[in-house]
Structures are given as C-alpha cells and as structure tokens.
Write a protein that binds this ligand. Structure first.
Ligand code: OFO
Length: 174
C-alpha cells in the first residue's frame, strides 16, 4: 500500500509525464510547420513514449489500491529558434525528469517501500537511455552545424537516428 506522501508524489510524476506528452506533441507540430519532417516524427514518437510512461505510473497506482489523480497541466511553448534549440530544451527537460525520478527513488527508499523502489528502477534505466539518445543527437547536430551543413542535413540525420532507434526497439520486443 502506498503512503499518502508517495501517492502525492507519484501523482505529481503522472502530471510531469503528461506535460512531456504535450510538450513533445507541440514540438512535433512546430517541426512539421517548418517542414522538418524527420524531427517531427522523432517528437511524435517521443510523445507516444511519454504517454506510456504516464500510463505505467497510472496502472501501478491502481494496482496498489491508490487513486491516480490527473491534475492541471501548463501549456507548453509553441515555438523555438532552431532545431538545435529544440533539442537543447528537450535534453534539459529530460535531465529535470531524471532529477524528479531520483527524488522519488529516494523517498521510496526512505519509506522502505521496496515494491515502489523496484518499480521505479524501470524509469531510472529509461532516463539514462533518453539522456544518452538526446546527448548523442545534439552532438551530431553540433557536428553537422560545424561542418557548415544546413537544417536539411540535420533533419535527415534525425530521421535516420529515429529509424535506427525504432527498429532496435522492435527487435528488443522479440
Ligand atoms: Fe522522457 O520522461 Fe518519461 O519518464
């Protein structure tokens, strides 16, 4: 059974993940409006993943007998200066989510709620993967920019990385 404290904090995390869904959908819309189709697909897939993160928490709470509560979500920004800017903001956002997950893990440990602690390990691994993926994508963007190529090359590269990630995720399922 979840403590009131953890119930409150897991609900707050559901809200953070919900914000991630709309942030990435909005980023996808901005990329589409600029014709950056590779980046638009990348952020659309990110939004789908975030919905799964949110639902995983939602289901876990239900399994423990707690009531998931969906709170108000702030509106995300609607425009960015460049593709590099959008990826930098995404990385910062994920670093912040990692910090939230670490704080949750600490609370679960302090309360000796080992079931929730174990459940949260999935998010710890996921955040490591997300930060790594975004950092590598940003490194590529910086490299491409330094070589003097334009946004078209960046968009194609993001599309290629997204296809690679999608096909390896599919392989992991088998
Ligand atoms: Fe990308 O953050 Fe969810 O957990």
């Amino acid at each position: 059974m979840l403590s009131d404290n953890l119930t409150k904090k897991l609900n707050a995390q559901i809200n953070s993940e919900s914000y991630s869904v709309i942030l990435y959908l909005q980023m996808s819309a901005w990329c589409s409006s600029k014709g950056y189709d590779g980046c638009a697909t990348f952020f659309r897939l990110q939004a789908t993943e975030e919905k799964q993160h949110m639902e995983k928490l939602f289901d876990y709470m239900l399994e423990t007998g707690a009531l998931p509560q969906l709170g108000q979500i702030d509106a995300p920004p609607t425009s960015w200066d460049s593709v590099k800017d959008i990826f930098q903001e995404t990385l910062q956002h994920e670093v912040e989510i990692s910090r939230e997950i670490s704080a949750l893990v600490e609370v679960a440990l302090n309360e000796k709620d080992f079931s929730t602690h174990n459940f949260l390990q999935w998010y710890v691994a996921e955040q490591h993967e997300e930060e790594f993926k975004l950092k590598s994508t940003l490194d590529r963007i910086e490299m491409i920019t330094a070589e003097g190529h334009g946004v078209y090359t960046i968009d194609r590269e993001v599309s290629r990385l997204t296809q690679q990630a999608t096909s390896s995720a599919r392989k992991d399922q088998y």
